[in-house]
Ligand binder design. Structure first.
Ligand SMILES: Nc1nc2c(c(=O)[nH]1)N[C@H]1C(S)=C(S)[C@@H](COP(=O)(O)O)O[C@H]1N2
Ligand SMILES: [Mo]
Length: 402
C-alpha cells in the first residue's frame, strides 16, 4: 500500500507558462549568494501569480516579500516547493483515493473524497514554512535551494482531523509513527521517493488535519490537490501534498528524508514536544518553527517621506501565538512596540504595523523582532547549522528618508 499509484511526469514546459525572456528579479536580499540574485527570475506557474523562480525541475518558487503585507496568503500567491519532478496533473488525480492502514492498524481501508467530507470538519489558519526558508541568507552559505524570505505562506485550511481519518483503520495503541506518502515521485528510479512520518502525539493532535480546502477553495494543484496533511507549528516538510498513503507503523521511518535530510544539530533548537523516535545523539529532526518576523513594507532600499511611513509585516511562532512585536528605525538601538492586527489563531501569521511619525532625512535601518506568548524571542546572532534552517535573526533593511 505504501507506494505511489498515480504518476505523470511533466516537464518544465508543461508546468510553467513563463517566457524565456522572463524578467530578472530585482531587489533581492544582498545576503543571498551573487549567483542566486543574478539567476532568480519571475516565473508564472499554471494558476499562479508571478513568483520568484529558484529552480524549475522540480519547481521551487518563492513568494515576493510584499506578499506578507497580508496575514492570509492568497492561493495564487502561495509558494511552491517540490523535491521530485514527477508531479501528478489534475487528470491523474481524478482517480485519487487515500489508503489508510499499516501493520499497527487493525484494518486497511481506502477513503474517497466523499469519505473525507463525511467526517467532522475542522478549520485552522496556519503558517506553512519551508524548513529551508532563508537558507540563502546563511553566513557562511550552505548547500541547497538558496531561498530568501518567501518560502512560506499562511492559509486557512479545512478538512477532517488526521486522527479521525486514522480511526477508520483502527490504529492500534502500540503504533509508533504515522508514515505519509504523496502522489508525486522521482523521475529516475534511483532517486528516493519523498515520504515522511509523524510521531503519534502530533498525528493525533486536535489541530492536525487532512486539508481538502485552502482559503475556501479546493487546494491548488501545486499546493497538494486534492488533499494535504496540515501540521500546524511544524515546518512544511511534514505537510504531505497529494497525500495518497497513511501507514500506521510499529517502527520509525528510516528513509533518506527522515534519517539524513531535514535534521538539526541536537539541542541547538529546543522543542516543546520532541520527536523521540527520530532523535539521535548528534541530530534531531527539524520540527517546530522558531519565532520570527518578516517586514513586507517598505522594501529594502525604498525612498520614504520625511513625514513618516508605515512599517508592516507578519510574525509567527511554533503555536503559542505572538505577544509582542517591536520595530527599530535606528539599526536596533531603540525599539518601538508595533500594533498587532486581528488574531487569526496561534498558528497563523500575526500582522503588525508601526507608523513612524516625522523623520530626519538620511538613511534609516529598519528591523523587527517578535516575542511569543511563551517568551521566546528572535535570536541576535545566527545559529548556523549545515542545512541553513531556523534563521530568525531580525531582518535589516535600509530606507532613504528624503
Ligand atoms: N508530496 C509532497 N509533499 C510535500 C513536498 C513534496 O516534495 N512532495 N515537499 C514538502 C516541503 S519540504 C515543503 S516546503 C512543502 C511546500 O509546500 P507548497 O509547495 O504547498 O508551498 O511541501 C511539503 N510537502
Ligand atoms: Mo521544505
Amino acid at each position: 500500500m505504501f507506494r505511489r499509484e498515480i504518476l505523470v511526469g511533466i516537464g518544465a514546459a508543461g508546468l510553467a507558462g513563463r517566457s524565456a525572456l522572463a524578467d530578472q528579479v530585482k531587489g533581492l536580499s544582498p545576503m543571498l549568494p551573487a549567483g542566486t540574485r543574478e539567476e532568480a527570475r519571475w516565473g508564472t506557474l499554471a494558476g499562479k501569480q508571478p513568483l520568484i523562480q529558484l529552480a524549475d525541475r522540480p519547481p521551487n518558487y518563492e513568494a515576493p516579500i510584499a506578499t506578507f503585507r497580508e496575514a492570509i496568503t492568497p492561493n495564487d500567491r502561495f509558494f511552491v516547493r517540490y523535491h521530485l519532478a514527477g508531479i501528478p496533473d489534475m487528470k491523474a488525480l481524478e482517480s485519487w483515493s487515500l489508503p489508510v492502514g499499516g501493520e499497527a492498524a487493525n484494518r486497511q481501508v481506502t477513503l474517497t473524497m466523499e469519505d473525507l467530507r463525511a467526517l467532522p470538519q475542522h478549520e485552522i489558519s496556519a503558517v506553512c514554512q519551508c524548513s529551508g526558508s532563508r537558507r540563502g541568507l546563511s553566513d557562511p552559505h550552505v548547500a541547497g535551494v538558496q531561498w530568501g524570505y518567501g518560502a512560506m505562506g499562511c492559509a486557512t485550511f479545512h478538512g477532517p482531523r488526521l486522527r479521525d481519518v486514522l480511526a477508520k483503520a483502527e490504529v492500534k495503541p502500540d503504533a509508533v509513527e504515522i508514515w505519509m506518502d504523496g502522489a508525486d515521485g522521482p523521475v529516475l528510479p534511483t532517486t528516493p521517493d519523498f515520504s515522511k512520518s509523524l510521531p503519534m502525539d502530533k498525528a493525533m493532535d486536535d489541530d492536525t488535519i487532512v486539508a481538502i480546502e485552502m482559503n475556501g477553495a479546493p487546494l491548488p494543484l501545486l499546493n497538494g490537490y486534492p488533499a494535504r496533511v496540515i501540521v500546524p507549528g511544524w515546518t512544511a516538510t511534514y505537510w504531505m501534498k497529494h497525500v495518497n498513503g497513511l501507514h500506521a507503523s510499529s517502527k520509525p521511518l528510516e528513509n533518506f528524508w527522515m534519517a539524513k535530510a531535514y535534521r538539526v544539530p541536537a539541542n541547538m533548537f529546543p522543542v516543546e514536544h520532541p520527536f523521540t523516535t527520530q532523535d539521535n545523539n548528534q541530530t534531531w529532526p527539524i520540527t517546530e518553527m522558531v519565532v520570527n518576523t518578516v517586514i513586507a513594507e517598505p522594501l529594502d532600499g525604498a525612498r520614504v517621506e520625511r513625514a513618516g511611513f508605515t512599517v508592516r509585516g507578519v510574525a509567527w511562532d511554533r503555536g503559542s501565538g505572538i505577544r509582542r512585536v517591536e520595530v527599530s528605525l535606528d539599526d536596533g538601538h531603540t525599539w518601538h512596540e508595533a500594533r498587532l492586527d486581528r488574531d487569526l489563531g496561534n498558528y497563523a501569521f500575526r500582522g503588525f504595523s508601526l507608523a513612524t511619525g516625522t523623520l530626519h532625512p538620511g538613511t534609516s535601518v529598519v528591523s523587527a523582532r517578535a516575542t511569543s506568548n511563551t517568551g521566546e524571542q528572535q535570536v541576535q546572532a545566527l545559529k548556523w547549522n549545515p542545512a541553513g534552517y531556523h534563521n530568525n535573526v531580525p531582518q535589516k533593511l535600509t530606507v532613504h528618508v528624503t
